[in-house]
Design a protein around this ligand. Structure first.
Ligand SMILES: Nc1ncnc2c1ncn2[C@@H]1O[C@H](COP(=O)(O)OP(=O)(O)OP(=O)(O)O)[C@@H](O)[C@H]1O
Ligand SMILES: O=P(O)(O)OC[C@H]1O[C@H](OP(=O)(O)OP(=O)(O)O)[C@H](O)[C@@H]1O
Ligand SMILES: [Mg+2]
Length: 282
């Protein structure tokens, strides 16, 4: 039975459960459940604090986990990223009242408040800057107003929390994060159950990113049409009963679908349809 750690709270928890559900796995029915078994898929899910997940996985007691890249790096755990999942995207940045600092070099001798001490300490050390780091559990934006620190380092997504606190980011982004799948560093990459789990999640990612496009076009326009819809490997071309016409079927990126439909129409393609992909294995 594959043992998988899933975030039980916070920004990662809802989208992770949704993705697992889309991948065909049973998920917990209520938020107090700490573990469930999905016997049909031979998987056991453990609902853990996102910050602890890399540590459980590195201990070898759990096979894989879903967490944030920033949390993995902050933990220093002996675990590695094996698949990015595209949700809970954020950047990790320094921020302060306008005019406080322009970059990491200005932090010498100052105090930085953060929930991600590991990332910040390493970043300061990498830049040869000696500054104090104060650990806070959350709501770090308030630390400046209350005089606990002059500078914070925190997760930024829309920037609303910083704006509301009258703060501005400065310097280069410290890192970019998103939800990821982790496993113990050096664990068997070919383990069939792990591979099957990853294929299912990759299937969800593809189904979310692509749509299926079907259209009819004249044989003379086929090369141009195929250049617009090359598909992942190669489009399927089928003969139509009307001589001189073919039907084409190809996957296209969902974000480009409307533009591609316009371009196909303008070269004479007709009956252009897009349909959602519910699941796939590439
Ligand atoms: N506003 C946000 N937008 C996108 N991702 C976020 C946001 N806040 C946190 N994250 C990401 O979620 C993960 C943090 O998990 P955590 O459980 O701490 O989330 P949280 O939403 O901050 O929860 P909590 O309410 O417990 O602080 C990190 O990978 C972080 O980059
Ligand atoms: O740029 P934004 O879109 O405003 O998002 C970033 C904010 O979201 C998270 O806070 P959360 O709500 O998790 O509270 P926390 O500080 O207690 O973790 C993060 O710590 C930032 O404060
Ligand atoms: Mg938070």
């Amino acid at each position: 039975m594959l043992r998988i750690a899933v975030p039980n709270k916070g920004s990662l928890s809802g989208p992770a459960a949704e993705m697992l559900h889309e991948a065909g796995y049973q998920q917990r029915r209520e938020s107090k459940e700490l573990r469930i078994v999905d016997p049909e898929n031979e998987v056991e899910f453990f609902y853990l604090r996102p910050r602890d997940i890399a540590i459980y996985v590195s201990s070898g007691r759990l096979d894989i986990g879903i967490t944030g890249r920033d949390l993995l790096i902050d933990s220093g755990a002996n675990a590695e990223e094996i698949l990015p999942l595209g949700f809970a995207r954020s950047t990790f940045r320094f921020a302060a009242k306008p005019g406080t600092a322009d970059g990491v070099a200005d932090l010498e001798g100052r105090t930085v408040a953060t929930s991600y001490e590991g990332i910040v300490a390493k970043h300061l050390a990498d830049h040869g800057v000696d500054a104090s780091v104060v650990h806070l559990d959350g709501a770090v934006e308030t630390a400046i107003e209350l005089g606990v620190a002059e500078v914070i380092a925190d997760v930024v997504e829309t920037g609303t929390s910083l704006r509301n606190a009258g703060l501005e980011v400065f310097g280069e982004p410290i890192m970019k994060s998103e939800a990821i799948v982790v496993r113990r560093t050096g664990a068997d990459a070919e383990e069939p159950k792990v591979q099957q789990f990853l294929r299912r999640l990759q299937g969800v990612l593809v189904a979310r990113t692509y749509v299926m496009m079907d259209y009819d076009c004249r044989v003379e326009q086929l090369e141009k049409a195929v250049a617009l819809t090359p598909g992942l490997e190669s489009p399927t071309i089928s003969p139509l009963h009307n001589e001189g016409w073919v039907a084409v079927r190809a996957m296209v990126p969902a974000k480009d679908a409307q533009r591609i439909m316009d371009d196909l129409y303008s070269i004479g393609a007709r009956a252009i349809l897009t349909t959602a992909i519910h699941a796939c294995r590439l």
